[in-house]
Design a protein around this ligand. Sequence first.
Ligand SMILES: Cc1ncc(COP(=O)(O)O)c(C=O)c1O
Length: 362
Amino acid sequence: MALAEICTPALLVDGRMLEANITAMAAWLSKYAPHVRLRPHAKTHKSPDIARRQIAAGAIGVCCQTVREAEAMAAGGVADILLTNQLADPVKAARLARLARRTRISACVDDVEQVGLLSDAATEAGVRLTALVELDVGGNRCGVPTARDAVLLAERIAESPGLTFGGLQAYHGRAQHFRQPEERRTAIEQAIALAQETVEALKAAGLPCDAVTGAGSGSFEFEASSRVYTELQCGSYVFMDADYARNQRDPTGSTPVFQQALTILSRVVSHPVPGHVICDAGLKAMSFDSGPPTLSRHPSLRYVGGSDEHSKLEADEGAFPPIGELVQFDPGHCDPTVAMHEWIIVHEDGFVKELWPVARGW
Ligand SMILES: Cc1ncc(COP(=O)(O)O)c(C=O)c1O
């Protein structure tokens, strides 16, 4: 099928760019940080098909943010899953524990309540779960604030019959989107310092810390070279988005330039006034939480506004796309954009190559 035969709006992934992004990350790690493992975040793609490709390129498993994602990844054959999140109810804890009968499962905690919940669910399912203490290294989301709190919680995990203490999660989400490399470096240096202090405090308490996991596509080079982090959780690098494209790169850095593999295919449907172009992809096809889409494949077009099912573009003089023309948007934020679609349409040379389901679960 040619791209022109697709019913727009639709989620497209350029197959060659996707492979290039997966290969670039794997090659960078094996050259610059071979001691660090990659556990890509599957919340970006929700696709076992992509997870399998990342694992074939050397990833040790995936991260998931929800139990549904973990179930979808396990069903798709992923053998090692880290839930980078806290669970607060016995229904989800039981579902996660049942997965551990066939898949290696770890999960994060930052409170004794969650420790009890996970341990009970594991005991009930006849499995052991690995629990990691989440440390707040600057993201201001979940996570215990100090090394001392982390030690107290790790002791509770170690005493719990259904659990094994697996280490620390130290993810600094906000730092990923600081535009200047120096701002990202400074923020991650603080994260590394707190993670290091906590590893030492755990060791002093007789709790060796096998894993320190974190990092995203905006900062991974700093965590990877820290000698404290053992695992990277980058997600967006497989697809990229308009927000990540605004990050300035370190001019001396060796980090790969990831390509904009993900786009939203749309069609010009109207020309109400000269110079204005209306397309059929709007708020229901692309996420705007990190700003509007860009149009890197169409340098003469600019996004100027939109609504549920429409986008309004301005065109340069003489570059006015006709009604029916296809337009590819780079969405502001890749993860929530993917979650708006049922299918990932993989294309090469203007033709559909594969159709992969977005595994949302139930
Ligand atoms: C806990 C955690 N780890 C890793 C990531 C991946 O980050 P990115 O998609 O920026 O690479 C996220 C994304 O929000 C996250 O929440």
